[in-house]
Ligand binder design. Sequence first.
Ligand SMILES: *[C@@H]1O[C@H](CO)[C@@H](O)[C@H](O)[C@H]1NC(C)=O
Ligand SMILES: *[C@@H]1O[C@H](CO)[C@@H](O)[C@H](O)[C@H]1NC(C)=O
Ligand SMILES: *[C@@H]1O[C@H](CO)[C@@H](O)[C@H](O)[C@H]1NC(C)=O
Ligand SMILES: *[C@@H]1O[C@H](CO)[C@@H](O)[C@H](O)[C@H]1NC(C)=O
Length: 141
Amino acid sequence: MDLTVTIVVVLLLVLAGFGSSDLAQDRAECTDKLVGLATCLPYVGGDAKAPTQDCCNGLKPVLDKSKKCLCVLIKDRDDPSLGLKINATLAVHLPTACHNHANISECVELLHLAPNSPEAKVFQGLAKAENNSSTPASSGN
Ligand SMILES: *[C@@H]1O[C@H](CO)[C@@H](O)[C@H](O)[C@H]1NC(C)=O
Ligand SMILES: *[C@@H]1O[C@H](CO)[C@@H](O)[C@H](O)[C@H]1NC(C)=O
Ligand SMILES: *[C@@H]1O[C@H](CO)[C@@H](O)[C@H](O)[C@H]1NC(C)=O
Ligand SMILES: *[C@@H]1O[C@H](CO)[C@@H](O)[C@H](O)[C@H]1NC(C)=O
């Protein structure tokens, strides 16, 4: 559980702490939402085969009310200051793994990305791959 606490603290610091403009605002808005997803990190980091029930319970309100926050997490996946290992493929697959739905293409609009920007293409590519995939990490239980 210490690890979870550490991760939450890191997320809070990082998300609240820096950046500018729209993204900073999105991050600030999402900080408390993403804390609920701390238990998902072993899965999105590739260390766990399947998300835990805690993770899925935390994900649901994010998908219902703050889907943008999942987009922010995916967008920030490679930010070295996050110090987190986030596999975008798995992050995109998380809602499906939790028997939920998310249209990741919507991130382009939710984050106000220019439709032809490289960032937008990343999301479109991820959405397509997720749509194609049956189950990237088939669960063992
Ligand atoms: C992310 O996870 C997928 C599915 O498990 C895997 O195929 C891919 O190699 C991983 N990517 C990275 C960068 O680890
Ligand atoms: C997903 O969202 C995109 C962009 O809003 C939309 O064009 C597409 O039709 C949606 N796909 C599904 C399956 O809802
Ligand atoms: C998704 O499916 C389309 C057509 O079925 C294929 O051309 C494309 O390569 C697939 N993409 C991925 C990432 O598997
Ligand atoms: C998902 O894949 C199916 C079949 O490959 C395709 O018909 C559908 O348009 C795709 N949906 C999106 C949102 O790309």
